[in-house]
Design a protein around this ligand. Structure first.
Ligand SMILES: [Zn+2]
Ligand SMILES: [Zn+2]
Length: 268
């Protein structure tokens, strides 16, 4: 079936490798019809003092130029100029001020209100200090705030990211997952099946099967993505993402287009 990947990074993230051109070349070599570059939106210095979580503000123009050059070099593939936005408490206006050129906007929650990065292996102690249930509840609150905000998110990335280091919810998740799905459905925002979780301590796709089923039942459209931080990982494990979608009850993969539309690819 037709293959697409709507979440990738480059060395411009300051924690990945490979250039925009190498990501697009890898996508072509894998036979993809669409690839989205979705570098991390620059963060304020106080949130990322070491400058390792996101693109440098002064590189944004260069990033866009590289995407345009890759489009001209590889006309056989649709190359989407995207951005991954870190939703943070109080950051709505900061984000809205930086939305100009992006064809898709991924919404991600990587940190709680105190800017603790719950998915960072070096900061794992925060889980024991706060307790897993509190972290999950606070994450859901921020995730819903993001979806309900004025930021026009195209896709919410890795919806159950807090499980990355292995801390899965240990409570009854039916109502909890239903809330993610209801909020996404009400705002008609897409979600993604993100294969990078297979290579993290949790060893699972994001989202897991129960949450993906909740999204399917709520009619939330779903993309597939590698979240590659290395050109060698572009399009990785898309077959597993497709299998998870089928198992959850989806019949199509949804793909955003450069013009702001969506198209559907039947899961064959
Ligand atoms: Zn992310
Ligand atoms: Zn990412």
């Amino acid at each position: 079936m037709e293959l697409t990947d709507t979440h990738t990074h480059t060395y411009l993230s300051n924690h990945g490798t490979g250039t925009v051109e190498q990501v697009v070349a890898a996508a072509v070599a894998r036979g993809l019809s669409t690839v989205a570059l979705t570098e991390h939106l620059p963060l304020p210095r106080e949130v990322d003092p070491a400058g390792i979580f996101a693109m440098d503000a002064e590189k944004v123009g260069y990033y866009i130029d590289c995407i345009q050059a890759a489009r001209e070099a590889y006309p056989q593939i649709e190359v989407i100029c995207g951005i991954e936005v870190d939703w943070r408490e109080g950051a709505e206006q900061y984000i809205l001020d930086r939305l100009g050129p992006w064809e898709i906007v991924l919404g991600s929650v990587h940190m709680l209100a105190d800017c603790w990065e719950f998915d960072h292996p070096d900061l794992i102690d925060g889980w024991y200090e706060r307790g897993a249930q509190n972290v999950w509840q606070e994450y859901l609150r921020l995730w819903c705030d993001a979806v309900n905000s004025a930021v026009p998110f195209t896709i919410m990335s890795h919806p159950d990211l807090p499980k990355k280091l292995g801390f899965k919810p240990e409570f009854d998740t039916r109502d909890f997952y239903a809330e993610f799905a209801a909020v996404a459905s009400a705002r008609d925002v897409m979600i993604e099946v993100n294969t990078s979780g297979l290579y993290k301590p949790v060893g699972e796709l994001y989202p897991g099967p129960e949450l993906l089923r909740a999204f399917a039942q709520a009619g939330v459209a779903c993309t597939v993505a590698s979240d590659a931080h290395d050109p060698a990982h572009v399009g990785r494990d898309l077959d597993k993402a497709h299998a998870a979608l089928r198992a959850a009850g989806y019949t199509h993969v949804t793909v955003p287009t450069r013009s702001g539309d969506r198209r559907s690819i039947p899961l064959s």
